[in-house]
Design a protein around this ligand. Structure first.
Ligand code: KG4
Ligand code: ZN
Length: 344
């Protein structure tokens, strides 16, 4: 049985975890930087990098102590090497290189999106390849076909904003604070989702890509008109967003009838209204629906360690001069589309 130390520092969560190849999370710690960034209304890259540099080393020590393990017990050191905010990525990757060098253990440079893509298999022991993955967070908005470790095909991405970003911007417009997704969902419960006519960008377009910039502008206009209650705007926005997701999934999955399972991951997977409609969508198509627990959906180090565990049998390690990559598509053969999957 393999044991991997995982490190995540690509955005505003500093995280470390110890995970075994039989799906046990032996220890994990995570420090959010919400308070550091709150005065600025969003993530400030330099503040994020400094906070990672300050917190990561003691956190790794604490995680090893929590599990009563030593670096020597690990089979590999895995760290996010991109995509993400480059300063933070460098802090995590360089730390992993130093640990790998000092301990003589192999380094695994993990694509953060691969962490998300494989995380459902950490939570769900019966989830086999292939599966369809809807990855929706503040920084990522993609539909992927996951055929195996290292085998990802991007079926769709966003041409402008990520879905979580659209929730956050709507929250900002409505004065609900950051991060906005949970606040929008809460307010939407008390509103009428049919009250405000909002566009469904790219609805029924042949390419399965997402676009949310026009929806955000429409939310802004609805708010500025002063004609609608905030709750109605929140509910109408959420429904428009869900309608877009279902329509884009329908297009992306046509021609992919061999995928038995639909999986959702990323922070927006916490949205219960969307989960319910995704489950219904999957059932109608005779697909099983599964969503990892929320702690594995949002950025975390257990998914990075798990991606390392998945890679152990391949013995595919990375050199100590592996570059930190601000952009790193999971599927290099996919066409470049503006804004694909990286938090701006
Ligand atoms: O995965 P995550 O923690 O970080 C990255 O962006 O990578 O996702 C955070 C995003 C934020 O945009 C947040 O507003 C959104 O997920 N989110 C939600 C909900 N909870 C979090 N969006 C809609 N409904 C929610 N309940
Ligand atoms: Zn992420």
């Amino acid at each position: 049985m393999g044991l991997v130390l995982g490190i995540e520092s690509s955005c505003d969560e500093t995280a470390a975890a110890l995970v075994t190849s039989d799906r046990s999370i032996l220890a994990q710690r995570i420090a959010s930087q919400d308070e550091d960034h709150a005065p600025y209304g969003g993530v400030v890259p330099e503040i994020a990098a400094r906070a990672h540099a300050q917190r990561l080393a003691p956190m790794i020590e604490a995680v090893l102590n929590d599990a009563s393990l030593r670096l020597d017990d690990c089979d590999a050191i895995a760290a996010t090497a991109g995509p993400g905010l480059i300063g933070g990525v460098m802090v995590g990757l360089v730390s992993a290189k130093a640990l790998a060098m000092a301990s003589g253990k192999p380094l695994m440079a993990i694509n953060h999106l691969e962490g998300h893509a494989l995380s459902p298999r950490l939570a769900d022991a019966v989830l086999e390849f292939p599966y369809a993955l809807l990855l929706v967070s503040g920084g990522h908005c993609q539909i992927l076909r996951v055929d195996g470790v290292g085998q990802y095909r991007r079926l769709a991405t966003t041409i402008d904003d990520a879905l979580g970003e659209a929730f956050d911007k709507t929250a900002k417009i409505l004065g609900l604070g950051y991060p906005g997704g949970p606040a929008v969902e809460r307010l939407a419960k008390t509103g009428n989702s049919a009250a405000v006519p909002l566009p469904r960008p790219l609805l029924r377009s042949k390419e399965p890509h997402f676009s949310f910039a026009g929806l955000k502008s429409a939310v802004m206009r609805a708010h500025d008109s002063g004609e609608h209650a905030g709750a109605d705007i929140a509910a109408s926005f959420q429904q428009a967003a869900i309608d877009c997701v279902l329509d884009r999934l329908k297009v992306a999955l046509s021609g992919q009838q061999d995928l038995p399972t639909l999986v959702v991951a990323g922070g927006v997977a916490a949205n219960m209204a969307m989960r319910a409609e995704l489950e219904e969508f999957a059932t109608k198509r005779a697909m099983r629906f599964t969503a990892p627990p929320l702690a594995l959906c949002t950025d975390n180090a257990a998914m990075i360690a798990w991606a390392g565990c998945e890679r152990l049998p391949t013995e595919q390690n990375d050199p100590l001069d592996f570059k930190a990559l601000p952009r790193w598509p999971l599927d290099p053969s996919a066409d470049a589309v503006r804004g694909a999957g990286v938090k701006a």
